[in-house]
Design a protein around this ligand. Structure first.
Ligand code: CP
Ligand code: NVA
Length: 331
């Protein structure tokens, strides 16, 4: 049950590692839960053989209403490496809820699946599915959030020596799903993020209000700016596509609006010496990022892509095998 799905009556089972049974957004996680997931991901990445049978006789069902490379393959490869089986349902042509009700869909799948991973057009559908389903629901990207990406990104930054409390992350470009999840992660960890967007593409006001409230408690600093010069001194510079999946009708207007926010060598030179370049991918070279940046030593985009698998395995261990997760986290 997520904070945002308060109508869900499902209780978290005894012995659970996380207070939530679903991961719909990073705000579902307490600060210590987020840090535990990152620690667990590092352990799973370092010693996958210790978890080789963790998902044996377990099935992951994946429902995708939008295209994917990284998310699909990282969930499938990750779950299979730890002994599980995966069933993928392509819902690009037939959106969920059309052939049968969401309730019937959820109650059917929960008889086969141990967890459901969903990529959806509308976050509300994810919330509805989580309310109906007896098994955990994981957000594999919605219009509002991409929590698995943020888990992998925080893991990647920490591996590279970024201090999640004192480091300064700059987001530049479109302030939507990936940006929202990073803002929530920084708010939880007590770090610093500067979100730099055109005014009309600033992050969602509800997401920001909740993140700023959390930041007040954790000591995080979250700034919103509309001038690319605000990357000054950042330890990592992160961008995303200018035209997200589902926004294609507005593509030309978005490209024009976002053109001044391109990450090129001149922009990276404003960041701190040795700053990392980050992108969730897929990248549109020559649009939001220049080749000279994404192909440079500063770029850690393929580490991010790899770490999707380790971070998601850590999350699924915490949800499905809290016994193993607890043992791995024990001092
Ligand atoms: N970063 C990411 O979610 O990539 P895909 O859209 O390819 O899954
Ligand atoms: N903002 C992008 C992220 C892709 C991983 C989109 O929603 O298409």
């Amino acid at each position: 049950m997520s904070h945002s799905s308060s109508t869900s009556a499902r209780a978290v089972g005894a012995g659970a590692l996380l207070a939530t049974r679903d991961l719909l957004q990073i705000a579902d996680l307490a600060t210590h839960e987020l840090t535990q997931l990152i620690t667990l991901a590092r352990t799973v990445k370092r010693k996958p053989q210790s978890f080789a049978d963790a998902f044996r006789q377990r099935t992951l069902v994946m429902l995708f209403e939008k295209p994917s490379l990284r998310t699909r393959v990282s969930f499938e490869a990750g779950f299979q490496r730890l002994g599980g089986g995966v069933s993928f349902l392509d819902h690009q042509a037939t959106p969920l809820g059309v052939r049968e009700s969401i309730e019937d869909y959820a109650h059917t799948l929960e008889r086969y699946a141990h967890a459901i991973v969903m990529r959806v057009r509308s976050h509300a559908l994810l919330t509805r599915m989580a309310e109906c389903s007896a098994v955990p629901v994981v957000n594999a990207l919605s219009d509002l959030h991409h929590p698995c990406q943020a888990l992998a990104d925080m893991l990647t930054l920490i591996e590279r020596g970024f201090d999640p409390v004192h480091g300064h992350l700059a987001w530049i470009g479109d302030g939507n799903n990936v940006c929202h999840s990073l803002v929530e992660a920084v708010a939880a960890l007590g770090g610093r993020i500067t979100v730099i967007t055109p005014e009309s593409r600033a992050p969602d006001s509800d997401v920001m209000r909740i993140a700023l409230g959390r930041a007040f408690r954790t000591g995080a600093r979250i700034d919103v700016a509309h001038d690319p010069a605000a990357v000054d001194g950042a330890h990592a510079v992160y961008t995303d596509t200018w035209v997200s999946m589902g926004d294609e009708a507005d593509a030309d207007r978005q490209r024009a609006l976002l053109a001044p926010f391109r990450v090129d060598a001149a922009l990276m030179a404003r960041a701190a010496p040795g700053a990392h370049f980050m992108h969730c991918l897929p990248a549109h070279r020559g649009e939001e990022v220049a080749d000279e940046v994404i192909d440079s030593p500063a770029s850690i985009v393929f580490d991010q892509a790899e770490n999707r698998m380790h971070a998601q395995n850590a999350l699924l261990l915490a949800l499905l095998r809290p016994d193993l997760a607890r043992t791995a986290l024990a001092p």
